[in-house]
Design a protein around this ligand. Structure first.
Ligand code: ATP
Ligand code: 9VF
Ligand code: MG
Length: 453
């Protein structure tokens, strides 16, 4: 049976599954011969190829998604209907076929801006890169698994990566490879595109279909710019983004009366069982086991529980503590997930542990960091109900108003509130990075700038 193209699938379901597996409601869908422009209920708009084989087409066809977009506010019925593959006879989404791509937004996934004219940290307009080279159409699913997600930003630096990007013959064609308009001057192989994308500054964009410079010219211009950026950073501050963020958050929380703790990163797996994430649970598949009994911590809560218990009759009420440090989870999801990331978890135990107080602390912190956010309700298997802090489509934090039944197993018997934030996600939001890898512990990027120069 012939596979249906994206526009038909969207019209059939009234839904869209984004690259990171988020399920969106579709407000409007316009299509030209090759491209589809999708307006979602949350306000996001993207333009993608009207493919039959893309990851999103497969996700819509197979009814696979990672989680619903919170800002689209899809009803449970709608989500269940989609999950259970109940097809609707009719959705409100009619395909409009008059769509023309605006000239400044070529549909071939990447928006335009001549690299040389762009300042660093200029906010990027939406880049949707369905056809990102190096991600093969069939290599991943939207469900979490232990499999690695391979993107250009994650590739370790290889001494000769430039040479391989230069070679047309070595480049493999992926099924995502878009057909380029006839007017185009330069052909770029997928490897070359990846190389150029990795060399763009954080806010820069490029349209490969409009680019007139050769790969060599472009690469050399961008390399020079990135060298300049790194030298400027060296002259200006010499501070690492991730380290600096940890320092300023630490200062901020210490000033608010929170005690800084540092608990072990290598922990007994039994802690995770006590957190309700035993071997029988799906979440435990995300844990990096070390030897028979240990694991790398996927969260800070066990260490914080132990500190709360020990400090209960030592520190004044309410007890306020926090930790910032590395956490590890096996992840397969691209742009906002790392396998090694940095978590901040602050918590308060004793008096005044209210939702208002928790929201006040979250607001103080994010206002201090200058990051916009929105609070939405969610739930997770460890704590039940959570208050999630969102920046656009990305979760910055999950926060909880305790107590929860699990507290007893940790010897904690007072009310508490707490919130866990990913520092790399805070950096991604702050600098508008397209991929969280630019904010990660890395040998490929320094403060979001490629160092494979
Ligand atoms: P998501 O649903 O986005 O995978 P989560 O709900 O599993 O996140 P939590 O357990 O709530 O994550 O962790 C608290 C915070 O830690 C998240 O809000 C996020 O900012 C950060 N975080 C969690 N997992 C990762 C990861 N793999 N890479 C980067 N940051 C992460
Ligand atoms: C909220 C996210 C259980 C009293 C030691 C503190 C919290 C944070 C949830 C995090 C997690 N919880 N990644 O607990 O502050 O633990 O899953 Si406590
Ligand atoms: Mg969460």
């Amino acid at each position: 049976m012939e596979r249906k193209p994206l526009d038909t699938l969207i019209s059939k379901n009234g839904l869209w599954v984004s690259r990171n597996g988020h399920l969106h409601g579709v407000k409007k869908c316009e299509t030209s011969q090759k491209y589809v422009r999708i307006e979602m209920d949350c306000g996001e708009i993207i333009t993608v190829r009207n493919s039959r084989t893309s990851r999103s087409a497969r996700a819509l066809r197979n009814h696979k998604f990672h989680k619903p977009c919170k800002r689209c506010r899809l009803t449970d019925d709608r989500i269940n209907e989609f999950s259970k593959k109940i097809s609707r006879d009719e959705t409100e989404i009619k395909i409009v076929r008059s769509f023309r791509l605006p000239p400044e937004k070529p549909a071939e996934t990447v928006n335009v801006k001549p690299a040389a004219a762009v300042e660093n940290n200029t906010p990027a307009t939406h880049i949707h890169n369905e056809s990102r080279a190096g991600v093969t159409a069939d290599s991943s699913t939207y469900h979490r698994s232990a499999s690695k997600h391979n993107t250009s930003d994650s590739s370790p630096s290889k001494p000769n990566s430039n040479a391989s990007a230069n070679s047309n013959t070595k480049a493999k064609k992926t099924s995502f490879q878009p057909q380029q308009p006839k007017s185009k001057k330069t052909e770029f192989t997928p490897l070359q595109k990846n190389r150029i994308l990795s060399l763009l500054g954080p806010g820069e964009m490029i349209s490969f279909s409009k680019e007139k410079r050769s790969f060599a010219e472009l690469e050399s211009t961008l390399t020079l710019q990135r060298k300049k950026d790194i030298r400027e950073m060296y002259e200006d501050s010499r501070e690492n983004n991730l380290g600096k963020l940890e320092r300023i958050i630490t200062e901020f929380l210490v000033d608010m009366g929170f005690l800084e703790v540092k608990s072990p990163i290598l922990i007994p797996f039994e802690y995770m069982e006590r957190m309700g994430v035993g071997e029988d649970k799906k979440l435990s598949e995300q844990i990096f086991r070390v030897g028979d009994n240990m694991c790398l911590r996927p969260m800070l809560a066990p260490g914080l529980y132990n500190h709360l218990r020990k400090f209960d009759n030592v520190l004044p009420d309410p007890v306020r503590i926090f930790e910032i440090g590395p956490c590890y989870r096996k992840e397969s999801d691209g742009n906002s997930h790392l396998e090694e990331f940095t978590m901040l978890n602050f918590c308060q135990m004793g008096s005044n542990c209210t939702r208002d107080e928790l929201e006040y602390l979250i607001k103080e912190l994010l206002d201090f960091l200058g990051i916009e956010f929105e609070i939405v309700a969610d739930s997770c298997m460890v704590y039940g109900d959570t208050i999630d802090v969102m920046h656009k489509d990305m979760e910055l934090s999950s926060a909880v108003v305790g107590p929860v039944p699990m507290d007893m197993d940790w010897g904690v018997n007072k009310p508490w509130i707490g919130a866990g934030f990913g520092l790399e996600r805070l950096l991604k939001a702050k600098h508008d990075f397209k991929n969280i890898k630019r904010a990660a512990r890395s040998e490929s990027y320094y403060n979001g700038i490629s160092i494979n120069l």
